[in-house]
Design a protein around this ligand. Structure first.
Ligand code: ADP
Length: 219
């Protein structure tokens, strides 16, 4: 399988972080920025680093990026440049263009001009970090959406020796048990007859709010 090819426009903190991670993951990465120092800084890390103004359509065409797998528009401050490069990237035929937005209006514009995905890196990271701070002490959480998480929780003492049907965790706590860990063995999709012991870890899915209440119950 040939390596995936991505272009990253803009080498601010977000663009650099995306470009470095793509390169470390074995992808071919082209970065474009109009600041010489930023280009120099990335030259040894990515496949190609080009100093250019992304709003210049001729320059964009000369990059030969039509067959790339995806583009990341990592220009936040310069609204005009962000919108123009999104349009140009779509016009050149790049199938997946992900763009960073500064605010809701910026996001709307990016979607209207053809961005396939719009992200708010700082806002999204802030929300995730806050959730992890709230839930983090003893949960291993994977956020599935802003309202639901998949988590590991320790079995309660009072559950010891009872099976899942008797415990009726779904009705009682409104969480779904999708796995039971006993030591290193994980039983995915446990049956209703599965007997829980107090040293088990349960893998559950539920609403963050409910899981939070569940957490305080356990404290
Ligand atoms: P961050 O918030 O992730 O640091 P910025 O919006 O501050 O992102 O950074 C955007 C980057 O895009 C800067 O490195 C800037 O030099 C570059 N940039 C802005 N406008 C253009 C343009 N027209 N052509 C090429 N690069 C640009």
């Amino acid at each position: 399988m040939s390596k995936k090819e991505f272009v990253v426009f803009g080498l601010g903190r977000f663009g650099r972080s995306v470009a470095v991670t793509l390169a470390e993951s074995g992808c071919e990465v082209l970065v474009v920025d109009d600041t010489q120092e930023k280009i120099q800084e990335m030259a040894d890390i990515v496949t190609y680093a080009v100093k250019a103004d992304v709003t210049d359509s001729e320059t964009m065409e000369s990059l030969g990026i039509s067959n790339f797998d995806g583009a990341v528009v990592a220009i936040g401050q310069n609204l005009e440049a962000s919108v123009m490069v999104t349009i140009l990237a779509k016009e050149l035929g790049i199938p997946y263009v992900l763009a960073k937005a500064q605010n809701e209006l910026h996001a709307k514009i990016l979607k209207k001009v053809g961005a396939d995905a719009v992200v708010f890196p700082e806002k999204e990271t802030g929300v995730r970090i806050a959730h992890n701070l709230v839930m983090g002490n003893f949960f291993n959480a994977v956020e599935l959406s802003s309202t639901f998480s998949l988590m590991e929780i320790d079995a309660l003492e009072e559950w010891d020796g009872h099976n899942l049907m008797e415990l009726n965790i779904r009705a009682k706590y409104k969480i779904n048990v999708i796995g039971v860990k006993k030591g290193n063995t994980l039983d995915i999709n446990p049956s209703a007859e599965k007997v829980i012991s107090k040293n088990d870890t349960l893998v559950v899915i539920g609403e963050n709010e409910v899981l939070n209440r569940f957490k305080s119950k356990m404290e």
